[in-house]
Design a protein around this ligand. Structure first.
Ligand code: TXA
Ligand code: MG
Length: 342
């Protein structure tokens, strides 16, 4: 059976997010060990896992997602010792950052060891490693006894999943199993920092901010953020400008949205609005207006769910009232900018 066609039976099993049933975890780990694909919750978004040391299993990830083969995957581990087994050198920076932020939403890019197959790294000489804090992810990786390559569990170029149902809608019929551990908490993908360069380079902003990283390892370079470096965004494989996108075109608007003007412009059209500032109910059935939280962490945790909701409502256009430009908003603004890229 080919994961590129919707022909497989996808088993979906609910677990307690803090104390997953070991029987389910064992079953899922056996699927991974025998070369299958399992979607599982992490603290950021759901991942689509395969045995990172099995070239054929990793290939199935690219087929199921429709992902370009030059876009490398993050390898997930359950212990720092296991991270060291897949990298060629564990730098002082890696040691310090892992002590401070692991387990958690930080991915470190380091020189790879030969045992890591080329399709994991997009043919490159570095590998991205992450030690997630989610109990389900941790138990699954530990039980599988192999490093687990896991991109976000969505079709390529689409929104990342923050619930098992998001995964089912996009990959149901293409993968072996989905472990449903409820909605994820962080909501945006991990911060990616490239430690193979000097100084280290921020490739993707996440909830762990540049300041937090700099407080541990000193100055880093900021590339790859949709806001900060429009060209730099292409310097990392997979850091495409357009990414994380809803179906409808999305406009990022700085400052307060002129709701009246928007409604006039789209009479009789189904549109979506993400409101950041004060919210006044809109009395039109064809307008889906979602009030977003004022705190950056909460906004991040709800962002993809809100965009999935607008996708499902079949809106023709999305207007986003942008949150402010401070460091804590970097990840959210980056994902919104990418979602708006043509
Ligand atoms: O939070 C996350 O990181 C989630 C969960 C499942 O862990 N995973 C995730 O994976 O977002 P994915 O594949 O959707 O995004 C991984 C990003 C891509 O932009 C990829 O290009 C980059 O990390 N990446 C992976 N390996 C790399 C490498 N060796 N060098 C540079 N960038 C790399
Ligand atoms: Mg992704």
């Amino acid at each position: 059976m080919s994961p590129s066609e919707k022909v497989m039976k996808t088993e979906i099993i609910k677990v307690n997010k803090d104390n997953p049933d070991p029987v389910v975890i064992t079953r899922a780990s056996e699927i991974l060990r025998s070369g299958g694909l399992v979607a599982f919750p992490t603290e950021t978004v759901y991942g689509l896992g395969a045995n990172a040391l099995d070239i054929d299993a990793v290939e199935k990830i690219f087929l199921a997602k429709g992902r370009p083969s030059n876009n490398p995957l993050i390898v997930h581990v359950a212990t720092v010792e296991d991270a060291k087994k897949i990298v060629a050198s564990w730098s002082d920076e890696a040691e310090l950052l892992s002590r401070r932020f692991w387990p958690g939403p930080l991915t470190m890019v380091l020189p790879k060891r030969d045992i890591v197959p080329e399709n994991v790294t997009g043919g490159g000489s570095t590998v991205a490693v992450r030690l997630p804090s989610h109990q389900v992810a941790h138990d699954l990786i530990l039980a599988s006894k192999v490093p687990v390559a896991a991109p976000s569990a969505n079709r390529s170029m689409r929104l990342s999943p923050t619930t098992a149902d998001h995964v089912r809608k996009s990959l149901g019929g293409r993968i072996d199993m989905i472990i449903d551990g409820g909605p994820t908490l962080v909501g945006v993908e991990s911060t990616v920092i490239d430690l193979s360069r000097n100084p280290a380079v921020l490739l993707r902003p996440g909830v762990i901010t540049p300041n937090e990283i700099e407080s541990v390892i000193g100055s880093i370079a900021l590339l790859g953020s949709g806001d900060q470096a429009k060209d730099g965004a292409m310097k990392s494989p997979g850091m495409m400008k357009k990414h994380y996108s809803p179906q409808a075109p999305l406009d990022c608007v700085e400052g307060e949205l002129d709701i009246k003007e928007i409604l006039q412009l789209h009479q009789g059209e189904r549109i979506g609005i993400l409101k950041y500032q004060s919210y006044t109910p809109i009395s039109r059935d064809d307008v889906v207006c979602i009030e977003m939280p004022g705190s950056a962490r909460k906004y991040a945790s709800r962002l993809y769910a809100a965009l999935h909701t607008l996708d499902e409502a079949g809106v023709l256009k999305i207007y986003v009232e942008m949150p402010p430009d401070g460091e804590e908003w970097m990840a959210v603004r980056d994902r919104l900018r990418r979602a708006s890229a043509k």
